[in-house]
Design a binder for this molecule. Structure first.
Ligand code: NDP
Length: 269
């Protein structure tokens, strides 16, 4: 019988996940069916329950990552600390919730873009679900500093406090921020609406690596800002494919090659 997988979201039509997982499966001659399931807000648990009568794994995207956290029977540490689940796996009759967004980002920056986090000063912009999910995986890479800045400054302070039993996360405001960082990660949704962030060009050094979690056919507004200030930047397409690869490994116990899949999805954007 063909193994059944799905991605839940709303909207979901744009999702590249079926293409990515089908490409991964081909690498190992695995037969699978991966579908997109659009669910009404408030109906996630019901839909997921129905799916797991036949399916063995699912990805979860906006706006159901928090609901998936409650739906899972047990949680990985990554999911607990991220406060969100993007991967559900049925194992021995138990639905396990995990979060692969953070490790996806780290693998893209560290392995694909060859940027080590060790001893680096890292700035994360944003305090939503995406920022929350990447803090612990970045901390595990031993950076010198993790600084968080967010439009609603109090949210950044609260997030840093939630991580304080495990790791030190510093916070600042857009207005005060003016020292150079080695790695700058945009984890806001500002680029979605083409908005720029009130950042000083003083935070960019000659070797600063600038990363926007958002991706698209064209460079994002944030990437445009970096270019205008003389820095090079990359988008988050690699993170998307790497988080999918980590989900694939959870479900199949095999880690797929990602470079050709990133290239393929890039051509389709
Ligand atoms: P959330 O809605 O949880 O958080 C949004 C964040 O963006 C908040 O910190 C919010 O600040 C900030 N923000 C929104 N608009 C602006 C603005 N105009 N100026 C400054 N800050 C702003 O979203 P997520 O955290 O889930 O997602 C954030 C981004 O990450 C999205 O673009 C998403 O596409 C991307 N992403 C990419 C992934 C990938 O695989 N490449 C995976 C996951 C996410 P405030 O608190 O003040 O409202």
């Amino acid at each position: 019988m063909i193994k059944q997988f799905a991605v839940f979201g709303n909207p979901i039509a744009h999702s590249q996940s079926p293409t990515i997982h089908t490409a991964f499966a081909k690498q190992f001659q695995i037969q699978l069916h991966y579908e997109k399931i659009q669910v009404d807000v408030g109906a996630f648990a019901f839909a997921a329950e129905a799916f797991f009568q036949r399916g063995i794994g699912a990805n979860v995207t906006v706006p159901f990552k928090e609901e998936a956290l409650c739906f899972a029977d047990s949680l990985s540490q990554a999911a607990q600390l991220a406060g969100a689940v993007n991967t559900l796996a049925l194992k021995d009759g138990v639905i396990v919730g995990d979060n692969t967004d953070g490790i996806g980002l780290v693998r893209d920056i560290r392995d694909n873009h060859k940027q080590s986090f060790v001893d680096k000063k890292v700035l994360i912009i944003g305090a939503g679900g995406a920022a929350r999910g990447v803090i612990l995986p970045i901390a595990k890479e031993n950076p010198q500093l993790i600084m968080l800045v967010n439009r609603s400054a109090e949210k950044a302070v609260l997030l840093a406090k939630q991580f304080s039993p495990f790791i030190e996360v510093k916070t600042d405001t857009f207005e005060r921020l003016n020292t150079v960082f080695d790695i700058i990660i945009n984890a806001t949704s500002a680029s979605l609406s083409g908005q720029t962030l009130p950042l000083s060009s003083h935070i960019l050094g000659t070797d600063t690596f600038v990363y926007d979690m958002m991706y698209g056919a064209k460079p994002t507004a944030f990437m445009h800002w970096a270019t205008t200030c003389g820095a090079s930047s990359v988008d988050g397409l690699g993170m998307l494919v790497e988080q999918a690869a980590a989900s694939f490994a959870i479900w199949h116990g095999l880690f797929p090659k990602t470079a050709s899949v990133i290239q393929k999805i890039r051509q389709q954007l």
